[in-house]
Design a protein around this ligand. Structure first.
Ligand code: NAP
Ligand code: GLV
Length: 309
């Protein structure tokens, strides 16, 4: 059985070594050195290969190298009937918990203002609330959102959430469905986006939504840049309606030099590093699904192409 690996951002040699450990009989090929097309039964992909996935007549599984699949569903012509899986892995979850907790506390404890004071050699104290005096709203209470909600609760924040279907997470108020969005937003001093980019969520963070947030709220986006209307975000930062935004993701990545986001006031940008799939644990996860392909069992972590995640 052969696997084709295709990513411009992940190191193929790291993944080759990980598969050699978990599944030594798997032949690991790296795009564009595909070899005989009919050998390929598994595609492990981050960057879309455009129509190339259609060229593998024996393809049995398309595995996303990440938790998100928006780029695959929107950017690739997919063969019909071939299941797609995504990464659901403790290490990926841990990375996102660390990143979200870090930046929620960074906003709470007013670190951006202290960094500016330091630049000005200004010893200056600011009042800061305790975490239990602030509410963090998590948009998207899935695998990552739920783990982050628990960590934020542990440190003391009040936590609320918004999802498509109703959730029952102890101590976390849940708002489900489009009709409840504004009630949810009104509770959020810090809004954390952890929802997939789909046709329903594209551009969801626009000026209307931002204006429902309490004045001075912070936005933390660890999901996808396409959720945010970037011009509306910049305007809200300029007007002071939002006191800070932390973006790990932007519509265009890498964010080009000269993009207005770089110079927006009160913004912190990280280069899509909130949580990167770990090759060793990611390859183990994909290997387990390959075993299921071989035995004909149902795959784990399947994507619903209709829902887009
Ligand atoms: P997940 O388990 O599929 O959870 C997605 C959540 O979003 C679910 O709660 C879902 O609601 C909710 N949702 C989806 N569409 C919605 C809509 N239209 N309205 C309201 N709620 C909606 O996904 P995950 O594993 O937590 O990952 C979330 C996203 O994080 C990924 O899609 C990816 O884009 C991003 N990500 C980023 C990084 C990074 O390094 N920056 C790393 C990993 C992942 P239901 O529960 O009701 O279905
Ligand atoms: C990273 O962005 C992922 O989707 O895993």
């Amino acid at each position: 059985m052969s696997l084709i690996f295709c990513s411009r951002t992940d190191d193929p040699e790291e993944w080759r070594a990980a598969f050699a450990e978990h599944m030594p009989d798997l032949e690991f090929r790296v795009w564009p050195n595909v070899g005989a097309l009919e050998d390929i039964e598994i595609a492990l992909v981050w960057d879309p290969m455009d129509r190339q996935l259609l060229d593998f007549p024996n393809l049995k599984m398309i595995a996303s190298l990440g938790a998100g699949v928006d780029h695959l569903l929107a950017g690739t012509t997919l063969p019909t009937g071939v299941p797609m899986t995504r990464i659901v892995d403790d290490n990926l979850t841990q990375g996102m918990r660390e990143w979200v907790l870090l930046y929620a506390l960074y906003c709470l404890r007013r670190v951006p203002e202290y960094l500016a004071f330091q630049q000005a050699e200004d010893w200056h104290r600011l009042a800061a609330p305790f975490a239990y005096e602030r509410s963090v709203g998590i948009m998207g209470l899935g695998v990552l959102g739920e783990a982050c909600a628990k960590s934020l609760q542990e440190i003391g924040f009040q936590v609320s959430s918004w999802s498509r279907r109703k959730k029952n997470l102890p101590g976390v108020d849940n708002y489900a469905g489009a009709d409840t969005l504004d009630d949810f937003l009104a509770t959020c001093n810090i809004l954390v986006c952890l929802m997939p980019l789909t046709p329903l969520t594209e551009g969801i963070i626009d000026s209307r939504v931002i204006n429902v947030l309490p004045k001075g709220a912070c936005l933390i986006n660890g999901a996808r840049g396409g959720l945010v209307v970037e011009a509306d975000l910049i305007e809200a930062l300029q007007s002071g309606h939002l006191s800070h935004a932390v973006l790990d993701v932007t519509r265009q990545e890498p964010l080009p030099a000269g993009d207005p986001l770089w110079r927006a006031p009160n913004i912190t940008i990280t280069p899509h590093v909130a949580s990167i799939t770990d090759a060793m644990s990611g390859a183990l996860l994909v290997s387990k699904n390959i075993c299921r392909v071989r035995t004909g069992e149902a795959l784990h972590h399947l994507v619903d192409p209709k829902a887009g995640y």
